[in-house]
Structures are given as structure tokens and as C-alpha cells.
Design a protein. Structure first.
Length: 301
């Protein structure tokens, strides 16, 4: 890795740590949104560095769909124990049981959209006034509209046409009762930056990010994990393939990539050569042209 790239990563790290420290100063009850994916792992690592030698001053909040990869949950639990951090889990299954949301049916049923209600309910229950997420502007066009400090109204909704200016990294965290902010410290990072930073810092990652053998099936141009929560169509056949996850979410909408990347160096080289976007394998983004923006307006991550 070149000296320039290392300098570039240090600049991104410094910017993100500055944002995290601003959150600690401006808000009374922040939380880190932790999915077990690479971006939330990097956010947690940055928070560790920002406040060391003290513990991370924010709890970690995981919205559990009930359809998570086992590797992700194991990694989450191990990391929380290692850091001595507080873990809060919001359960989509509980939201279903309480009648707060209705489970989808059919071959393309997913609990991904249902997470929004569980997230907003959990934020309200614990009175969080800032939720720190790992979204990046390079991921998707709707996320490119976000600011570092992204205001949410009393209903947890986002208005992309009413964003506050952020000149010279001056962040305005003023809010009314019942409102909160989503904060995105790695907004200016790219997927490549994230993986090069993981390599530079030698951050342990869930095994699911590396090539492994898994039962999968092909649907609508992408490979999906053949897990019990997936309902296969009659013509769909399960195959055993060498795959890895490039982005991690609910099993029902997370595509896997045919890959031979067994190390961080392999992943970096693979990303450098690919012409498919990071979220190209996310089925939830393909439901409509405005799928992500519609979900974000409603309160999604």
C-alpha cells in the first residue's frame, strides 16, 4: 500500500473520529447502529480509538430480524465481550408478535423493511437522540444525499430536501423534543477505503466475508444463501459453491458473490477489479427505482 494511500486513510480516520467526538459532545444519549457488517465494525473500531483508553461511551444497537447469518451473530457477541460494550437488541420477531408489523409472504418475502418499525420503536424506548450508522455516500444514490448529521423528525422520518448545511465541518445538532439525528462518520469513505483501512488496522472480520463453501441458489441474476428462511421456487436448485458476502444484511435480501478471496489482500484486489457495485447483490434495492430513498424517508437505516 502506498504512502499516499496511508495518508489518505489517516485523513479519513481523523475526520471520522472528529465526528464521533462531536456526537459525544452534542448529544446526551447516542447509540451505534451495529449490524455486524464491515461498515459498522469500522465505526465501532473508530469509536474505540476515539475514546481510548476509556471504553466506548455509546451502547451498540442491533436490530435482529431473526434471519441473520450465524457467523454475524457470533462475531457480534464476541466483539461486545472483547470491548466490554453494552449491547441492545431490537427484535423484529417481537414486533411481529405484538402486531406492530405484518410479516411478508411469498417467494420474495423479507423482514428487511420490517426493521424500520423495530428500529424506531427501540430508539423511542431508550430515548436515543443520535444513532450512529455506517452508511457511506458511495453506496447508493439516496445515501449520497445524507449529511454527517442527518436530522429525523418526531416520527423518525427523513426529508432529503430539508438538509442542514455543513460548512467547514460545523455540525448543527439542535433538535426539538422527540426528534433525533442519524450520524454517518464514514460518509466520505469508499468501499475500497473501508477494506484498506481494515487491512491497515488488522481488524478481525466475520468469516462470512471470506470465501467459504455454502449451499446457494440462483434467482433474478444473483446467488442467495439456501437457508431455512428462504422459500425456493420449484425450478430453483440448491448448489454447493465457493462464495463470500460483500455486504451483509438480512439473509433474504443479501446476495453472495462467487469468489476465491481468502484474505484481506484478496478482497482488496477483487474489489479493484470488479465492475459490479457493492449493493448490486442486495435484492431489497431492486424492489423499485427509489427503494432505498423510500425506506430512508420512512426511518430506515
Amino acid at each position: 500500500m502506498s504512502d499516499y494511500k496511508l495518508t489518505h486513510l489517516k485523513e479519513l480516520e481523523a475526520e471520522s473520529i472528529y465526528v464521533l467526538r462531536e456526537v459525544a459532545v452534542q448529544f446526551e444519549n447516542p447509540v451505534i447502529l451495529f449490524s455486524g457488517g464491515k461498515d459498522s465494525i469500522v465505526i465501532t473500531h473508530l469509536a474505540y480509538k476515539a475514546f481510548y483508553p476509556a471504553r466506548i461511551p455509546f451502547p451498540l444497537l442491533h436490530i435482529d430480524t431473526g434471519h441473520n447469518f450465524e457467523e454475524t451473530i457470533q462475531y457480534r457477541d464476541d466483539l461486545v465481550k472483547k470491548l466490554g460494550a453494552q449491547l441492545i437488541v431490537g427484535s423484529v420477531q417481537e414486533s411481529i408478535d405484538k402486531g406492530r408489523v405484518k410479516e411478508e409472504t411469498g417467494y420474495n418475502a423479507s423482514r428487511n423493511k420490517l426493521q424500520t418499525t423495530t428500529l424506531l420503536d427501540t430508539i423511542e424506548q431508550y430515548k436515543f437522540d443520535a444513532a450512529i450508522g455506517g452508511a457511506r455516500r458511495d453506496e447508493e444514490k439516496a445515501r449520497a444525499k445524507e449529511r454527517f448529521f442527518s436530522h429525523r423528525d418526531e416520527f423518525g422520518q427523513w426529508n432529503p430536501k430539508n438538509q442542514r448545511p455543513e460548512l467547514w465541518n460545523i455540525f448543527n445538532g439542535n433538535k426539538n423534543i422527540g426528534e433525533h439525528f442519524r450520524v454517518f462518520p464514514i460518509s466520505n469513505w469508499t468501499e475500497m477505503d473501508v477494506w484498506q483501512y481494515i487491512y491497515q488496522e488488522q481488524i478481525d472480520m466475520p468469516s462470512i466475508y471470506f470465501t467459504h463453501e455454502r449451499d446457494v441458489f440462483f434467482r433474478d441474476g444473483q446467488w442467495l444463501a439456501a437457508e431455512p428462511c428462504m422459500k425456493l421456487k420449484p425450478e430453483e436448485k440448491v448448489e454447493r459453491r465457493m462464495v463470500r458476502c460483500r455486504t451483509i444484511g438480512d439473509i433474504t435480501c443479501t446476495g453472495v458473490t462467487l469468489s476465491e478471496a481468502n484474505s484481506l489482500e484478496d478482497i482488496i484486489n477483487e474489489i479493484a477489479a470488479t465492475r459490479v457495485t457493492e449493493r448490486g447483490g442486495r435484492a431489497d434495492d431492486k424492489r423499485s427505482e427509489t427503494a432505498m430513498e423510500d425506506r430512508k424517508k420512512a426511518g430506515y437505516f
